[in-house]
Design a protein around this ligand. Structure first.
Ligand code: PEP
Ligand code: MG
Length: 556
C-alpha cells in the first residue's frame, strides 16, 4: 500500500528506485560462550562467510579492473589467509561464536600489523574492512559503508559524512534520504553537488525496508513508499515539465529589469566542474578545498597535488571568477592531523581559520599552491577564509596571503554573527565578504546543523538570519566592496530573490540549482525583490517570512 512520508526537500527533482541502506560501522559482536557441540557448525559458518566475502571481493575486482582489481584481490587474500583462519578455528573450538572468533582473530592480527612498520601498518584499514564485511555477513546486517550494488538505488542513511560521500558513485545513486541532517548539512550539500534529488530530516527513514520501492520528491520533501504506477507516472511527468521550463532559461543571472547578480557554482574539486559549466555558472563562488584533504586524514596533500587540482578548476573558467576557500577543517569535517581530538564542543572549538592559524605551514602550502596554479592564467582569483570572527582574524589571513605572494583578492566568510555585526570593521582588512549562511544559521540559533531535530532553526528564512545578511550587505555597499552568499540559502529560488533585494551582489550554489535560481530571478524586478526582502524581514518566523515574500512576488 502506498504511504507518504515528509522530510525537508533539499535537492530538486524526482528519483524512483529501490531502497539501499548505508551500512553502519560493525558493532563488536557479544563475547558469549557456545557449547562444545556447536563448535563445528560455527566453524563452518565462519568459513562460509569468509569464502563468500572473498568471492565477492574478487568478483568486484574483475568488474573494476586496473588498480582497483589489485587492491580488491589483495583484500580477498587477507580474508583467506590460512594462519588467520586457523586462529579463528582455535577460538571457536574454545567457545567463541563464529562472529566473535573472526572479530578477535582479526583484532590480534591487526595489532601485529600495526606494530610492523609503516607499510604493514598501512594495511590495517584493509584488514578492518575485510573483518567488517565478514562479521556483517555473519550477523545478517548490511555491509558497512556504501551499499554494494550494480543497480541504481535510492540511498538511505542516518546521515552521511563527507568521507562516506566521497565514495559514492553518482551513476548509481538515484537520490538520497537521510534521517538526520538539516537543509545545510553536508549530506544536503553533497546531494546538490551530485545533482540528485534528496530529502533530509525524515523521521523513520532508517526503518524503510531494504529493497522497497520509493519515489523521492526533492522539491516538496515527500517520499512515497510503494508508489502506484499512476503516482510514478504523475511524478515523472511533473519532473519533466519542470526540466523543460528550466531549459528555456539561459545566460547570466539578472532580475527582469537587468540588475546583474552573477550566479556562481559551489564545487568540491575538479570533478564538479563539468556540471557547473553545463549549468552556465559564471564562475565558482565557493571551492571547498577540504575535499582534497579527505583522502588521507594523517597529512595534507602535497603542494604539487594541490596545484594540479586548483589549476583544473581555474582553467575551467578562463574569463570568470573563482573564489577558493582555504581549508575548513574541524567540527563536522575533522582531520586527524589538525583537529584536536578532545574538544568538548568541536563546532565551537578550533576549526576553520582557527585551525590554519595554529598550523601556519598548512595554510602557507595551500596559498603557495594557489599562487602557482593561477600563474599565467587570466582568471580572476579570489581567496577567502572560513570562520572569520573579527578584524584580527581577517588581518591574520590577509597577512598570510600577502606573505605567500598571492596575486588575488582576499576575502572573509561571514559565518559567525560577530563578523556580520562588525562587518565594516572586518572589511578594513579584506576586499569582499561571502556569507556562509549554513554556519551563520547554526551559530545564530545555537542549532547544530547536523541535528535534524533542530532543523526548524536552521531554516535560512529565519528573519534574524536575514537581518544579519542585510547588515553585511549594507556594510559592503558602504565600503564599496562586494558581498555574496555561498551558503545553501542561495539555492532556494525564492530566497535568492530576497537575498538580491537585501543587497547581496552574487549567489553561489550547487550547479544543479543554478537553472532554478536563474529562471526565478529573471521573473522579478529589483524593486520587487527589495519589497519581498522588506516583507520577509518584517515577519516573525521563517514560515511567515517565506509566505510574505511569496505574497509580494506573486502580487497578492
Ligand atoms: C556555510 O557555512 O554556509 C558554508 C558555505 O560553508 P560550509 O557549508 O562548507 O561549512
Ligand atoms: Mg561553513
Amino acid at each position: 500500500m502506498e504511504t507518504t512520508l515528509r522530510g525537508v526537500g533539499v535537492s530538486h527533482g524526482v528519483a524512483i528506485g529501490e531502497v539501499r541502506h548505508m551500512g553502519t560501522a560493525v558493532l563488536e559482536p557479544p563475547a558469549k560462550q557456545i557449547p562444545a557441540e556447536e563448535a563445528e557448525r560455527e566453524q563452518g559458518r565462519a568459513r562460509q562467510a569468509v569464502e563468500a566475502v572473498a568471492a565477492d571481493l574478487n568478483a568486484r575486482g574483475n568488474l573494476a579492473g586496473g588498480e582497483a582489481q589489485a587492491v580488491l584481490e589483495a583484500q580477498a587474500m587477507i580474508a583467506q589467509d590460512p594462519e588467520l583462519m586457523a586462529d579463528v578455528d582455535r577460538r571457536i573450538a574454545v567457545g567463541s561464536t563464529a562472529e566473535r572468533g573472526i572479530y578477535d582473530a582479526f583484532s590480534h592480527y591487526r595489532e601485529l600489523l600495526a606494530g610492523a612498520g609503516e607499510y604493514m601498518a598501512g594495511r590495517v584499514a584493509d584488514l578492518d574492512d575485510v573483518r567488517n564485511r565478514i562479521v556483517a555477513r555473519l550477523l545478517g546486517v548490511p555491509m558497512p559503508g556504501v551499499p554494494d550494488s550494480d543497480e541504481p538505488y535510492v540511498l538511505i542513511a542516518r546521515d552521511l559524512a563527507p568521507a562516506d560521500t566521497a565514495l559514492l558513485d553518482p551513476t548509481l545513486v538515484l537520490g538520497f534520504v537521510t534521517e538526520e541532517g538539516g537543509p545545510t548539512s553536508h549530506s544536503a550539500i553533497l546531494a546538490r553537488a551530485l545533482g540528485v534529488p534528496a530529502v533530509v530530516a525524515l523521521p523513520g527513514a532508517c526503518e524503510l525496508a531494504e529493497g522497497a520501492v520509493v519515489a523521492v520528491d526533492g522539491s516538496t520533501g515527500e517520499i512515497f513508499v510503494s508508489p502506484s504506477a499512476e503516482k510514478q507516472a504523475e511524478l515523472e511527468k511533473q519532473s519533466e515539465e519542470r526540466k523543460a521550463a528550466l531549459a528555456a532559461s539561459t545566460g547570466p543571472g539578472a532580475t527582469s529589469d537587468g540588475h546583474k547578480v552573477p550566479l556562481l557554482a559551489n564545487v568540491g574539486g575538479p570533478a564538479d566542474v563539468p556540471a557547473a559549466v553545463e549549468a552556465g555558472a559564471e564562475g565558482v563562488g565557493l571551492f571547498r578545498t577540504e575535499f582534497l584533504f579527505l583522502d588521507d586524514s594523517q597529512k595534507a596533500p602535497s603542494e604539487e597535488k594541490q596545484v594540479e587540482a586548483y589549476r583544473q578548476v581555474l582553467e575551467a573558467f578562463p574569463e570568470g571568477r573563482v573564489v577558493v576557500r582555504v581549508l575548513d577543517a574541524g567540527a563536522d569535517k575533522p582531520l586527524d592531523f589538525l583537529t584536536p581530538a578532545d574538544e568538548p564542543n568541536p563546532a565551537l572549538g578550533v576549526r576553520g581559520l582557527r585551525t590554519l592559524l595554529d598550523h601556519p605551514e598548512v595554510l602557507r602550502t595551500q596559498l603557495t599552491a594557489l599562487a602557482k596554479a593561477a600563474e599565467g592564467l587570466p582568471v580572476y582569483l579570489e581567496v577567502m577564509a572560513p570562520m572569520v570572527a573579527d578584524r584580527q582574524d581577517a588581518k591574520a589571513f590577509a597577512d598570510a596571503c600577502r606573505a605567500a605572494g598571492l596575486q588575488a583578492k582576499f576575502g572573509a566568510m561571514v559565518e559567525i554573527p560577530s563578523a556580520a555585526l562588525r562587518a565594516r570593521s572586518v572589511l578594513q582588512e579584506v576586499e569582499f565578504l561571502s556569507l556562509g549562511t549554513n554556519d551563520l544559521a547554526q551559530y545564530t540559533f545555537a542549532a547544530d546543523r547536523q541535528v535534524g531535530a533542530v532543523s526548524r532553526l536552521q531554516d535560512p528564512w529565519q528573519p534574524a538570519l536575514l537581518d544579519l545578511v542585510s547588515l553585511s550587505a549594507e556594510a559592503a555597499r558602504a565600503e564599496g566592496k562586494s558581498c555574496g552568499v555561498c551558503g545553501e540559502a542561495a539555492s532556494d529560488p525564492l530566497l535568492a530573490c530576497v537575498l538580491t533585494g537585501l543587497g547581496v551582489t552574487s549567489l553561489s550554489m550547487g550547479a544543479a540549482s543554478i537553472p532554478y535560481v536563474r529562471a526565478t530571478l529573471a521573473k522579478y524586478t529589483l524593486a520587487q525583490c527589495e519589497r519581498a526582502a522588506a516583507a520577509a524581514r518584517a515577519a516573525d518566523s521563517a514560515d511567515e517570512a517565506r509566505a510574505a515574500a511569496q505574497a509580494v512576488l506573486s502580487g497578492e
